[in-house]
Design a protein around this ligand. Structure first.
Ligand code: HEC
Ligand code: HEC
Length: 466
């Protein structure tokens, strides 16, 4: 039961990250040159209020009964990093206690499910959670949800009433979000599944899907929040344009009742954006060879800066989208935007695209060249987390096709920079990353290949300083 409850909570990460599913237009011409992304106006807000709303607010208004969540997430050995008060103080940072209309307390999954990670015994809000396990998707079948429903109905009709909406949605989306391996994220897929079941204008839940979905679940990594303040567009594909707050609040779609509720959540979300804009990358904790880093900086400026920008006193970030013909990394994530036009149409004709601060999706055939602040701590690398270390990212010949890391007692490799990993000769289960699968490829971004081993070492030394 404990496992099933956990899976149900996991299935609730229904946050809208619209990477998947669109057709831009019928006249798409393949881009051959990097394309600069223009800035768009953002709302201002209060960062302190944003932090409070992020960690205690009811932007997701549904969940499973508090007592059940405590059981599922295991009270004893858990650490409570956020030092929250009341019932929130007794549950781990990935959940927030919300009150149902009938007064029952529910544990709602929050942004920190995917956007916080423990590193060296400290919790970093804004660091992508690369430990999450979506590979359990097949267990999220209707039978398991029915078991929970029956149990709740028997034990407490009032708790069942409070959790019903959430369970109905989870039952529908749960079985559709499984990834092939652990450590990658299916939030984009969740977004698409949720959208398929909601009217774009009223957000009313439709048990029968309105949009047709493919069966593919294309995985992604999770970008660090501290990068957003430099970026003119959201998401790996750079297709989140206009008002960022509208994307930030999209997790509300999980259990939203109507657009009046969305407006209420939207009224707090610019504070969350203000909080995200205050985040800084964690500093490299070990000694850095200053002379070597200096050599690396010159190499970086020569080979990497035109895409990734310049760092230090005079920061520059060019905000470029790099077309497939140049970047050559796995194309499934961005291609999904072209193969499934209904999703982009859904978004661009939805409540999110209306009002005084509209958002819109503008897909592109390629990926954004991200800022590299704190890159030392955000392994594994590339948009699908397919490359375990910086060393392998900068030398494509050494990238392992099948690799695993220890999810229980992870060890960071401060030489290669990334999680210590084991290479395997063949795929094997969900614990081994399998780069042969569609969407999981580790090819492309060969810009480090031409560096000599000594030069590569120098560039890595420099990357530690960012
Ligand atoms: C189920 C996991 C999950 C949850 C929960 C989640 N996100 Fe995300 N988020 C992602 C993933 C995955 C991406 C990247 C998707 C992509 O680019 O294709 C992302 C992207 C983002 C970005 C864009 C960053 C960038 O640089 O482009 C922001 C900002 C963000 N999320 C904020 C939030 C907020 C705020 C919440 C809570 C209200 C939230 N997310 C909840 C998984 C999640
Ligand atoms: C032509 C533009 C371009 C050049 C030149 C370039 N990069 Fe990149 N880089 C990108 C893009 C685009 C991505 C994202 C690709 C993806 O995720 O599929 C990326 C990703 C990365 C990442 C992984 C980021 C992450 O969060 O996973 C690192 C690290 C990186 N580049 C370092 C470098 C270094 C070091 C150099 C110089 C040796 C370099 N890049 C040269 C465009 C470029």
């Amino acid at each position: 039961m404990k496992k099933i409850l956990f899976l149900i909570l996991l299935s609730a990460f229904s946050f809208l990250y619209f990477q998947s599913f669109t057709l831009f237009s019928t006249t798409t011409i393949a881009n051959e040159k990097p394309v600069p992304i223009p800035p768009s106006q953002q709302r201002t807000g209060n960062a302190a209020k944003g932090y409070k709303y992020l960690t205690e607010g009811d932007y997701v208004k549904g969940g499973i009964p508090y007592e059940f969540a405590l059981m599922a997430t295991g009270g004893k050995n858990k650490k409570f990093y956020l030092q929250r008060e009341g019932l929130n103080g007794k549950i781990s940072h990935e959940y927030t206690i919300v009150t149902a209309p009938n007064g029952e307390k529910l544990a709602a999954p929050n942004c920190m499910q995917c956007h916080a990670q423990v590193f060296d015994s400290a919790l970093y809000i804004g660091m992508g959670n690369t430990f999450i396990d979506f590979s359990l998707g097949d267990k999220l079948n209707a039978g398991n949800f029915q078991m929970l429903e029956k149990l709740l109905q028997k034990q407490s009709p009032s708790k069942y009433e409070a959790a019903k909406n959430f369970i109905t949605v989870s039952k529908t989306i749960g079985p559709k979000i499984g990834t092939a391996v652990r450590g990658v994220n299916s939030a984009d897929r969740l977004a698409a599944v949720l959208a398929a079941h909601r009217d774009p204008v009223t957000f009313k839940w439709q048990q029968q899907a309105l949009l047709e979905l493919t069966n593919e679940v294309i995985p992604s990594d999770v970008p660090a929040w501290w990068l957003l303040k430099k970026k003119n567009a959201m998401f790996y594909n750079g297709f989140g344009r206009g008002d960022f707050g509208k994307f930030l609040m999209a997790s509300n779609l999980l259990t939203v009742n109507d657009t009046a509720e969305s407006r209420e959540v939207d009224s707090h979300i610019s504070d969350v954006l203000a909080y995200i804009y205050t985040l800084e990358a964690p500093q490299y904790p070990k000694t850095i060879n200053v002379a070597l880093a200096k050599t690396g900086e010159a190499l970086f400026i020569k080979n990497c800066s035109k895409c990734h920008g310049e760092y230090g006193k005079e920061e520059k970030y060019p905000n470029l989208l790099i077309p497939e013909s140049i970047i050559k990394t796995d194309s499934f994530l961005y291609k999904a935007n072209y193969q499934y036009p209904q999703f982009i149409q859904w978004f661009n004709s939805s409540w999110f695209a209306t009002g005084s601060h509209p958002a819109r999706l503008e897909p592109f055939e390629g990926y954004i060249a991200p800022p590299l602040d704190g890159i030392w701590v955000t392994a594994p690398y590339l948009h699908n987390g397919s490359v375990p270390t910086l060393e392998a990212l900068l030398n494509s010949r050494t990238r392992p096709a099948y690799w695993s890391r220890d999810f229980n007692t992870p060890v960071y490799d401060y030489v290669k920079i990334g999680w210590q990993y084991t290479a395997h000769n063949a795929p094997g289960g969900t614990a081994i990353y399998n780069t042969a699968l569609p969407g999981y490829g580790n090819y492309g971004h060969n810009f480090g290949d031409k560096l000599s081993d000594t030069e590569r070492k120098a560039v890595i030394e420099y990357l530690k300083t960012l």
